[in-house]
Design a protein around this ligand. Structure first.
Ligand SMILES: [Zn+2]
Length: 95
């Protein structure tokens, strides 16, 4: 089963502007990271958004065992831009 690439799917996605870690507001041009999951019914969904000071660069905690990824991006006018994938976990990777 092939899924859309998260970076491509998330580019341009609308997002909130409050960090899930420290509740700081991110502003246009800030680097952000995010935790995203993919379920067949929803596609890629941004579950957590972090400012540059918070967040994970690898998938370590709070994983759901789904197809999931940690991404970085530039926050731009309530959208994600320049998305790249830092870490990816496909279902079945874990015992
Ligand atoms: Zn933060």
């Amino acid at each position: 089963m092939s899924r859309p690439d998260p970076a491509a799917a998330l580019n341009g996605m609308r997002t909130g502007n409050v960090c899930s870690g420290c509740s700081k507001r991110v502003r246009t041009g800030d680097l952000v990271r995010g935790y995203v999951t993919h379920y067949d019914r929803d596609g890629w969904v941004l579950r957590l958004l972090w400012c540059d000071s918070c967040g994970d660069t690898t998938i370590e905690r709070g994983t759901e065992g789904a197809d999931e990824a940690v991404i970085k991006a530039v926050y731009w006018n309530h959208r994600l831009a320049g998305v790249s994938v830092l870490d990816r976990n496909l279902p079945g990777d874990q015992p």
